[in-house]
Design a protein around this ligand. Sequence first.
Ligand SMILES: NC(=O)c1ccc[n+]([C@@H]2O[C@H](COP(=O)([O-])OP(=O)(O)OC[C@H]3O[C@@H](n4cnc5c(N)ncnc54)[C@H](OP(=O)(O)O)[C@@H]3O)[C@@H](O)[C@H]2O)c1
Length: 312
Amino acid sequence: MIESSDLRMTRIPVHHGGGHMPALGFGTLIPDPAVTITATRAALEAGFRHFDCAERYGNEREVGKALQAGLAAEGIAREDIFVTTKLWNTNHRPERVEPAFEASLDRLGLKYLDLYLSHTPFAFQPGDDQDPRDQNGNILYDRGVTLLETWRAMESLVDYGKCRAIGLSDITLDGLLPIYESARIKPAVVQVEAHPYLPETELLEFCKQKDIVFLAFAPLGHGLRPGLLEDPVISAIAARVGKTPAQVLLAWAVQRGTALLTTPRTAARARENFDISILPEDALDEINRIQTRQRLNEVVKTGIPGFIPKGR
Ligand SMILES: NC(=O)c1ccc[n+]([C@@H]2O[C@H](COP(=O)([O-])OP(=O)(O)OC[C@H]3O[C@@H](n4cnc5c(N)ncnc54)[C@H](OP(=O)(O)O)[C@@H]3O)[C@@H](O)[C@H]2O)c1
């Protein structure tokens, strides 16, 4: 699956859709609009060519602005970057899918998307409120639409040519199977939390068998401390190979055949996170033997995002 001996240049074929996804992806879940712009520009300058967005992050306009300016300044063509955005839970009704997609495209200032994902498999009550709740603070789910109905509307977007591939985020293997079986256009990508404390091995094996790109978020354990960045196994390998713990974690993710999303907010961290190199087999084995298990984001169980600050 890895196409280049330079880990930074690894591109994974997107079989169900075409093209290639750069394994090293930059995630745009950044609360501050000004930081969104500077961090996105810095990521492009550092070498990132894969950008992950979402209508729910509330900053597609800023990401779009940064990408337009960055592409022009660096002489990079639109075709040379891979851009994803996601359908939010309040837009699962089939008649809401295309308008939501078009609105994202417009905010990003793009003519097409490389990938469109359903952000979570959970449908929320349709409407403008992205976080609809009852008087007790409980999320209002929408029982009037199935994920397969939403998927059918996403398939039409590929038919129209505005989006090269479609996929699912925050899905379990049990949730993926029926969509995979019934889909006319198969899911090209699955985006889930994955790191050495949550390797999601079964899902990864399924994706490899079915030529679905496995895209890991929170590869650094969302930067939480104590956590993966301070894990003794990771730190010892980092010292041994002369890399930082972040670089070890990102290299491990790419070498096991996944793409990843990381969110460095400064130019120095963008350069650090892009500058990964191949780890020896024994280091990979040591990481695979880590026993700690921890899920950081419960979104896969509820559809309620864990990392988005309140008020967005
Ligand atoms: N589908 C979903 O539901 C979902 C959920 C969550 C995330 N995502 C996507 O995945 C992307 C990445 O997720 P994530 O934020 O969890 O990624 P992450 O890269 O695991 O964690 C980012 C955090 O790590 C810190 N960090 C970054 N580089 C570092 C380095 N070299 N050394 C030390 N700390 C470092 C950052 O700290 P500073 O803040 O100090 O820079 C930031 O707080 C998001 O932006 C989003 O696109 C998707």
